[in-house]
Design a binder for this molecule. Structure first.
Ligand code: PMP
Length: 414
């Protein structure tokens, strides 16, 4: 069992108030807070060894290079990637997916090929594939959902067929919390020779993720959702696949030899890292990985499962809301998305903010999914390892008051 009060002490921001109330931060799917160790790693870099990486022969540059490359090794170990060369630094999960779409997709996907996604995808794992499909004459196919927001595996083996070139799926839905059975789907994709990309933006921060076990070719990682700084993400890609891929961006660092007429490419991973990278960000993400590994990802997942069960119980009592996604906590992450026809989610979010409760409202970058659910938007509370039952109580109490307030207003207006 994790000592959550001790964990909370590591996050300076959690002790602040909002509108005079203690902050209950339940917007972790949008971005997570950073422990002191991450903040210190950033300031230590700028205060004591700020320097550019790889190019320098002086001590500061070598120190920066060592720390930057150590961070890559930490991320590789965290997801069982084997070689650190399989980790490419990017700005965020979105850029990781775009890198694959441009460098792998445009060379490996041809007319008539099929790309299989789920109906849950975040725009980041939908729009890049729409662009590849439009450019190459390929077709997008979607794995459907059951009534309660699980993946409908019944039809999956016909959607994934010999025309499938790529399966690109989210691991955990940011909009509904659904945990997608990636391993099972990857097995189907493998049996027809398709490549597999996993959008790990909402899974890597919250549960153990092992790329060997998932048997994926690509995993997109978001640094800022896993206690790291903003502006840093990573792409895991199988080394032999990366070796075959065309660079994504061209310029300094990614080249070996350059003449006025042409250039040759550097070794992995630098081949995919043109220009000065986010050095501080990568080192900060390394510190975040140390912190999470110290907690133990099994423990993080267990805490969130218990808290999700507690939140589901609390929200179940509110008749005015429809709660989306699976009800059993083994099939969902700590994301609770709901809608009430009495009140627009934005009004709900504004009301809760007055109570110190931070949630997200909107389409969560999953507009087609909102359409499929028949709602314009949802209110979404999303949990992390530092959240407590008390914060969930604050959410449920504030929600009750909000629903009463808007419900009465709505009926008075009718
Ligand atoms: N995929 C999913 C499932 C997400 O939740 C998000 C962030 N909301 C992204 C991709 C994009 O992540 P990033 O902000 O790192 O680009």
């Amino acid at each position: 069992m994790l000592d959550v009060e001790r964990i909370r002490n590591d996050f300076p921001i959690l002790s602040r108030t909002v509108h005079g109330k203690p902050l209950a931060y339940l917007d972790n799917a949008a971005t997570s807070h950073k422990p002191r160790a991450v903040i210190q790693a950033l300031s230590e870099y700028y205060e004591t060894y700020n320097s550019n990486v790889h190019r320098g022969v002086h001590s500061l540059s070598m120190e920066a290079t060592d720390r930057y490359e150590e961070a890559r090794e930490k991320v590789a170990r965290f997801i069982n990637a084997g070689a650190p060369e399989s980790i490419i630094w990017t700005r965020n999960a979105t850029e990781s997916i775009n890198l694959v779409a441009r460098s792998w997709g445009e060379s490996n996907i041809s007319e008539g090929d099929e790309i299989v996604l789920t109906r849950l995808e975040h725009h980041s794992n939908l729009v890049p594939w729409q662009r590849v499909a439009a450019k190459k004459g390929a077709v997008l196919k979607f794995l459907d959902l059951t009534e309660d927001g699980r993946l409908d595996l019944d039809g999956a083996d016909s959607v994934i067929n010999t025309k499938t070139k790529l399966l690109a799926v989210t691991h955990v839905s940011n909009a509904l919390g659904t945990v997608v059975p990636v391993k099972e789907l990857a097995g189907m994709a493998r049996s027809v020779g398709a490549a597999v990309l996993v959008d790990g933006a909402q899974s890597v921060p919250h549960q153990p993720v092992d790329v060997e076990e998932l048997d994926c070719d690509f995993l997109a990682i978001s640094g800022h959702k896993m206690m790291g700084p903003t502006g840093i993400g990573a792409l895991y890609a199988r080394r032999d696949v990366l070796e075959q891929m065309e660079p994504f961006l061209y310029g300094g660092e990614m080249v070996l030899e350059v003449s006025y007429e042409g250039a040759s490419w550097n070794d992995l991973p630098m081949r995919f890292e043109a220009g000065t990278p986010n050095i501080a960000g990568a080192i900060g993400l390394g510190a975040a990985v140390d912190y999470l590994a110290g907690l133990g990802m099994e423990n993080v997942r267990e805490h969130e499962k218990q808290l999700t069960a507690y939140a589901l119980d609390g929200l179940r009592g509110l008749e005015e809301i429809d709660l989306f996604g699976p009800w059993d906590v083994d099939s969902r992450g700590g994301i609770l998305s709901f809608y009430s026809s009495d009140v627009h989610p934005h009004d709900l979010g504004t009301f809760l903010d007055q109570e110190g409760v931070a949630i997200r409202t909107g389409h969560h970058c999953a507009m087609p999914l909102m359409g499929a659910l028949g709602v314009p938007a949802t209110a979404r509370a999303s949990l992390y390892v530092y959240n407590t039952e008390q914060e969930v109580d604050t959410l449920v109490d504030a929600l009750k008051r909000a629903l009463r307030y808007f419900g009465d207003g709505a009926s008075a207006a009718r």
